[in-house]
Design a protein around this ligand. Structure first.
Ligand code: SF4
Length: 485
């Protein structure tokens, strides 16, 4: 097919909007890196952009709706005389392809993951008035060998978001070491760092593996090189993201323990935070590494999803309330101050009142720092959608309310127990009153609450790390007195 060119590449401003999770944020920065390498200029003002790229989320209905609304809002900019195209990329675009393109004419193109390596060419073509035929979605698990160790070779030539490498022009990445295909969109002292993508598990409620594909790890050297590059851009904390971090390395003959040991040696990297650990996969060696390696935070993101063994089996997951409490005990015996966050799903098909009581008892006993409570909804193509004994929306919403209230109280109590605790805080900004505002080590970005440093005026700039003592709490938020004041 003949390609036309806008003739403007090299000067064309493009704006990228990132929705959904931290993994998507990393993909957005990879796309931005590819666009910058392809000669586009990234701009923060959508009204100054010739093209707006919306990196969508397709996880659950609420996220899908948010993505569609954002695409429609982006389309409104097309009346401004500058913006000429709105492009949908990301999970929703990958998952629905041609169907999304047909139902949403406001988007000028819907691009799938296979388009990512050529994103600059695609945008150039679309801006020149070319029509991009959206893809027909397929199960991306079929693209990689079933045997994990055969995957690195099988992935050559395959487009997997977050696994792109290229020879970038000097200036976009450091001259030494592997070059990083990433352009930071936000800045700040914290950055997500993708260690793997896809998932080999079959949780009955989850559609992610079908559109993100089988599990594929990034090599240790590549992840460490990207961490070094991030530090050079001013980062002090990395959040390791993937669909399942405890499975890291299974396709490369390595593991998360070794990756953490490599990252712990990166000069200038103060905090290494791990996200998405499968509770049943937290082995003793991993626990040791996370509790003892310098720089690796004693922070455990453990999506328990439920605590009733019957519901967990039906979800095709492992564990039960007792094994989860034992795991928490093992963590807190070594590091009593460790942070623990989790997610739970209520209203899964077949969930009884007794199952909810088991979950409620577990949540009351677990002393979690933060919990996301989600109501179950059927996702197309998942086993859960085919199960019997579905609950009504009213029952699900009542159970969400009950558990969310319980979790709010339990997390506030956990925060109160930290009164007097010595904590290290990363300053990220300031309150309306000008007091430094940041996060303590047990607080992950965006979801786990914040920490205000009292009595120092506006003396601490974003990016600074300080020690202090917790003097008060408000829900999960802390107030800290600076040490030595
Ligand atoms: S571990 Fe389960 S919930 Fe997480 S991405 Fe894989 S299938 Fe989905």
């Amino acid at each position: 097919m003949a390609r036309v060119s806008s003739g403007l590449k090299g000067t064309t401003p493009v704006h990228v909007v990132s929705l959904g999770c931290a993994r998507n944020e990393v993909d957005s920065e990879e796309l931005a890196g590819r666009l910058a390498a392809g000669g586009f200029t990234l701009v923060s003002d959508p009204d100054a952009a010739a093209a707006i790229v919306v990196n969508t989320c397709g996880f659950i209905d609420a996220a899908k709706k948010d993505s569609i609304d954002t695409l429609l809002d982006a389309s409104d900019h097309k009346g401004n005389g500058t913006t000429r195209a709105v492009i949908a990329v990301g999970c929703l675009a990958e998952r629905y392809g041609a169907e999304l393109a047909a139902s949403l004419p406001e988007a000028d193109a819907v691009l799938g993951f296979d388009d990512y390596p050529d994103i600059a060419e695609r945008l150039d073509w679309i801006l020149a008035g070319g029509h991009h035929e959206a893809h027909t979605p397929r199960d991306r698990r079929s693209l990689l060998p079933v045997t994990p160790v055969a995957r690195p070779a099988g992935a050559v030539g395959l487009s997997v978001p977050g696994h792109g490498h290229a020879n970038l022009p000097v200036g976009l990445a450091p001259a030494s070491g592997p070059r990083v295909l990433r352009h930071r969109l936000g800045g700040g002292a914290t950055a997500s760092l993708k260690i793997a993508s896809g998932c080999d598990r079959r949780c009955a409620f989850c559609a992610i593996p079908a559109f993100r594909g089988s599990y594929l790890s990034r090599p240790v050297a590549e992840v460490v090189a990207e961490a070094r590059w991030l530090v050079e851009t001013g980062v002090r904390e990395v959040v390791l993201v993937s669909e399942n971090s405890s499975a890291y390395g299974k396709d490369l003959g390595t593991n998360l323990e070794r990756l953490l040991a490599g990252l712990a040696k990166v000069d200038g990297l103060d905090w290494i935070r791990v996200s998405y650990l499968q509770p049943a996969e937290v082995r003793p060696t991993l626990l040791d590494a996370m509790l003892s390696l310098e720089g690796v935070l004693p922070y455990f993101d453990l999506p328990f999803q439920h605590a009733s063994a019957a519901v967990l089996r039906r979800m095709r997951r492992f564990g039960d309330a007792d094994s989860f409490l034992e795991l928490l005990e093992r963590i807190r015996t070594v590091r009593p101050e460790a942070g623990v966050r989790s997610n739970v799903i209520v209203g899964f098909p077949g969930e009884t009142e007794e199952d909810v009581n088991v979950l409620a008892d577990f949540l009351a006993a677990a002393r979690l720092d933060a919990v996301g409570v989600f109501g179950y909804s059927d996702e197309e193509g998942t086993e859960g959608a085919t199960l019997d004994r579905k609950l009504t929306d009213d029952v699900i919403s009542d159970r969400v309310d009950r558990l969310a209230t319980l979790c709010d109280e339990a997390s506030a109590q956990r925060a109160e127990q930290r009164t007097g605790e010595r904590v290290r805080v990363l300053v990220e900004g300031s309150t309306d009153d000008g007091a430094p505002l940041g996060r303590a080590a047990h607080q992950g970005p965006e979801t786990d609450g914040s920490t205000t440093i009292s009595g120092v005026g506006d003396l601490l700039a974003p990016g600074v790390m300080v020690w202090g003592n917790v003097s008060a709490t408000d829900g999960v938020d802390l107030v800290v007195e600076l040490e030595g004041q």
